[in-house]
Write a protein that binds this ligand. Structure first.
Ligand code: ATP
Length: 334
């Protein structure tokens, strides 16, 4: 089986005790692309990953490698015969083997020298050649996860399936480990699935995102398209914070800029501080959150709106600020 084939889930369903935790889900993982599966806890993400891996049987639908069905109601190729690379949060390295032997472990078809050469190549690709002799307990969490990704990629898997692989890592390590690891995954060319509950991780890391809720894939598209053109409020909310506002609470000039609806959901970046802005709003509260300042602005006696600002100056309650609306970040609530 070539690793450069797409993997398809077509109409897959999995039930536990009669309840569908994955329902009629269809998703294609393309070679060389990272697809994120994004959703809250209990959405069914890990179950769908396990169905892709062949770790669970299906109750309906099929999984195909290229054109070949590997899971269906009448067929189930065991997980160990699928040549799939699995990465979990807990690294799962062999404690008695050093980094290079962990990476070379599964390469049983290669002779000793070739195995070492392949393992060295992938350790190097993950920026870890200098840690080849270290044992897992001597490696940091980020290094251990990079070894486990090197091990998965060295085996030239038909797909690589990652379940919250970075969520156990320290925030300061996370972005660097993620960047190195996912660049290597994309370069290896196998279709890749990244299960995450973190919208910003999905947006940063993935070529495509499938948003999942209650066992159902709500929408699948590029990060940009999902963020700007969500098909529902549930998808919009999964991608980033939103705030609901009634049409009547918006300044009149802004009402003219958005499609007619009773209520809107606004991204924080919909409202901008703008000296040439067409509305003056009063600050209720403002708070610096590292590089950005979050500002709550008064619309009516009972309603406020949020704005984000850059800059050295944090406004105070009662200040009046000129603001404008970016209508592409406003969605009519449906
Ligand atoms: N073996 C099982 N038996 C019964 N119910 C299960 C089993 N595995 C998962 N579930 C249930 O299926 C639903 C989906 O679980 P799943 O782990 O796929 O969700 P998830 O989106 O990956 O969540 P999390 O991010 O918390 O891991 C949950 O309600 C869970 O309790």
């Amino acid at each position: 089986m070539s690793k450069l084939q797409p993997i398809h889930a077509r109409g897959v369903t999995r039930r536990y005790d009669g309840r569908a935790v994955v329902q009629d889900a269809s998703l294609t993982l393309e070679p060389g692309k990272i697809t994120a599966l994004l959703g809250q806890s209990g959405a069914g993400k890990s179950t769908l990953l396990r169905l892709f891996a062949g770790l669970e049987p299906l109750d309906a639908g099929e999984i195909l490698h290229g054109d070949v069905a590997v899971s269906s109601l009448s067929k189930h190729v065991p997980a160990e015969e699928r040549q799939i690379g699995l990465i979990f949060q807990d690294f799962a390295l062999f404690p008695h083997l050093n980094a290079i032997d962990n990476v070379g472990f599964g390469l049983v078809r290669q002779n000793k020298d070739k195995r070492r050469e392949t393992a060295r190549h992938w350790l190097d690709r993950l920026g870890l050649s200098h840690r080849a002799k270290a044992y897992p307990h001597e490696l940091s969490g980020g290094e251990q996860q990079r070894v486990s990704i090197a091990r998965a990629l060295a085996a030239q898997p038909v797909a690589i399936l990652m379940d919250e692989p970075f969520s156990g890592l320290d925030v300061t390590l996370k972005s660097e480990v993620r960047r190195t690891a996912l660049a290597a995954v994309a370069e290896a060319g196998s279709p890749a699935l990244l299960v995450t509950h973190d919208a910003s991780e999905a947006m940063r890391a993935a070529d495509r995102i499938a948003v999942m809720s209650d066992g159902v894939i709500l929408q699948e598209d590029t990060p940009e398209k999902l963020y700007l053109e969500p098909v529902s409020m549930a998808v919009a909310r999964a991608l980033g914070p939103l705030r609901s506002v009634r049409r009547n609470a918006l300044p009149e000039k802004w009402q003219a800029k958005v499609p007619l609806a009773e209520t809107y959901c606004l991204r924080p970046e919909a409202v901008r501080l703008d000296p040439a802005g067409d509305a003056m709003l009063e600050v209720v509260a403002a708070q610096r959150t590292s590089s950005l300042i979050e500002i709550e602005l008064k619309l009516t006696e009972t309603e406020t709106i949020h704005a984000l600002a850059l800059g050295p100056f944090t406004p105070g309650p009662g200040d009046k600020l000129a603001v404008s609306l970016a209508p592409e970040f406003v969605f009519a609530a449906r």
